[in-house]
Design a protein around this ligand. Structure first.
Ligand SMILES: [Zn+2]
Ligand SMILES: [Zn+2]
Length: 137
């Protein structure tokens, strides 16, 4: 069993661990992810909720209906504002964790891009990656 993947926010108030191996990441270019990141979107690891454990702190939650029409809870640090993870109302068994929060991740690759139809023209999308114009099923 490899050491769990750990991560947290910029100020250190929130800490978490993921008890699963993550090698593939998914970039989301939806307009909500652009606003909340102040960048081209978010890059995420999709993990099962049972493998995700908060070690320290209590993230704040912001809930909004996503571009897909689904209700999405976005969790972030109330002190430093770092985005941490999100969870859909209808799929509590899955957590979508922002990959930029990982401490010392093993090699990972963005293998899929979603919501490419709203991608910013300056954001790079690997042509070899799997691409979905909107929300994948
Ligand atoms: Zn923080
Ligand atoms: Zn998004």
């Amino acid at each position: 069993m490899p050491a769990p993947l750990t991560g947290g926010c910029l100020c250190g108030a929130i800490r978490y661990a993921i008890d699963a191996s993550v090698s593939e990441l998914r970039a989301c270019h939806c307009t909500n992810c652009q606003k909340i990141s102040g960048a081209g979107g978010t890059v995420n690891a999709l993990v099962e909720s049972k493998d995700f454990k908060l070690l320290q702190g209590s993230p704040k939650r912001f809930t909004k209906t996503a571009d897909s029409g689904r209700v999405l809870h976005r969790y972030f640090c109330g002190d430093c504002g770092s985005g941490l993870y999100s969870q859909r109302d209808i799929t509590p068994e899955r957590v979508v964790v922002r990959a930029g929060g990982f401490d010392n991740p093993p090699p990972m690759k963005v293998t899929a891009h979603i919501w490419t139809r709203s991608a910013r023209p300056w954001d790079y999308i690997d042509p070899a990656s799997h691409q979905v114009a909107g929300q994948p099923d």
